[in-house]
Design a protein around this ligand. Structure first.
Ligand SMILES: [Zn+2]
Length: 89
């Protein structure tokens, strides 16, 4: 049974199963792929990989971060509440 509501939001998923045969992604535990029936399934877990740098601008920050070969990894995802630039206070 599927329930439908008026609630608007986004799916928050920290892991999913992916079929190694056809690539179908499944968000509930399954024994077999819901599309092709394969039993070759892999769990994918969400991680956030990041680097904090000092830079002149966003492009410089990207390039600087790529030059550093040590990245920080945390489980789950990092939510940024204010990613805007030049926001007036
Ligand atoms: Zn499949």
């Amino acid at each position: 049974m599927q329930f439908r509501t008026n609630v608007k939001g986004e799916r928050i998923t920290t892991e999913y199963l992916e079929c190694n045969h056809c690539g179908t992604q499944m968000y509930q535990e399954q024994e077999l792929c819901i599309d092709c029936g394969s039993d070759s399934l892999s769990w994918y877990t969400q991680y956030t990989v990041y680097q904090t740098v000092f830079a002149k601008d966003p492009q410089d920050a990207f390039e600087t971060a790529n030059q550093i070969d040590q990245w920080l990894i945390i489980g789950g995802r990092l939510l940024l509440h204010d990613a805007g630039e030049n926001k007036d206070e």
